[in-house]
Design a protein around this ligand. Sequence first.
Ligand code: SMG
Ligand code: MG
Length: 368
Amino acid sequence: MKLTGVELRWVRMPLVTPFRTSFGTQTAREVLLLRVVTGDAEGWGECVAMSEPRYSSEYVDAAADAITHFLVPALAAARRLDANSVAPALAPVRGHRMAKAALEMGVLDAELRAEGRPLARELGAVRERVPCGVSVGIMDSIGELLDTVGGYLDAGYVRIKLKIEPGWDVEPVRAVRERFGDDVLLQVDANTAYTVADARHLARLDPFGLLLIEQPLDEEDLLGHAELATRLTTPLCLDESITSARAAADAIRLGACRNVNIKPGRVGGYLEARRIHDVCAAHGVPVWCGGMLETGLGRAANVALAALPGFLLPGDTSASGRYYRADITAPFVLEDGHLPVPTGPGLGVEPLPDVLESVTVRTEWLSL
Ligand code: SMG
Ligand code: MG
């Protein structure tokens, strides 16, 4: 393929309800989309960076800058253009995995569309639909939390994840267990809000039979997670710490986690995400697909990834309506707690031109 140019598109989509985590409250999603134009086809990439560097060091405008000044020029200089050659071509640029992932996703989509091949098949998917969980933000009251969780269970979600932080952990978990029972698949996510000194406090979650505790400690604290793992019976799962297949192998070897949350954006793309899946599968470590409040484009790709055989736990691949009143693609709708894996070429979904236009803040065209 030959690269013609890349369009950067900043979109802003209000969330149906504010989403509070240990690092802040989100009321709208600002997303950078890429339209990768080649001589053969166009492809869409979605950058999962947030507007501020609070989940990780990356943020939307930094990603746009890296794409404009370093990544697209590096890709333009590469001798061949296909999805497998993107990561090697971008490797001289350090970090910026979310920006790299967006570009690789766009090239991958273009390549697969040109060849008429669906992403799920390309990645090695074995399922036609995937079971879905939902991530529930920190609330102002336990009553509000129970109403929210009850609504999601009524909608059919097969797993609940509660966001936690010091001061909002044992009580909300206890309340959800008391109201909805021990059969609900329940897990928590701290987004690095604790230290290993909190081990005794976190052990108070053990009696509630959680599936896992996600990323309790700092992203760089693998040894701390390994230590914490010896003090808890609840399995630890890593999110922020797992930035590559190598990081996953190290974490498993150190005993820092028993599960991995795979987010393609965090690890530099869907191809590295598949390698992490493979490393984990070889070690018997169940994985699940995380979420970054994606639009229908990123959601389509995540659902395809979640259909791989090692994705043994329900992911944060919720229905479009969990996030947006109007998604930029045809909405993903929950059916019996599952989302269907797209079957069309590439991502298998397209932006709806009118909706896309209505949420667009700005575009920029990088010609080659
Ligand atoms: O896409 O449903 C989603 C969000 C899932 O909780 C979620 N993501 O740490 O796993 C995580 C968070 C990161 C984004 S929070 C704004
Ligand atoms: Mg997380």
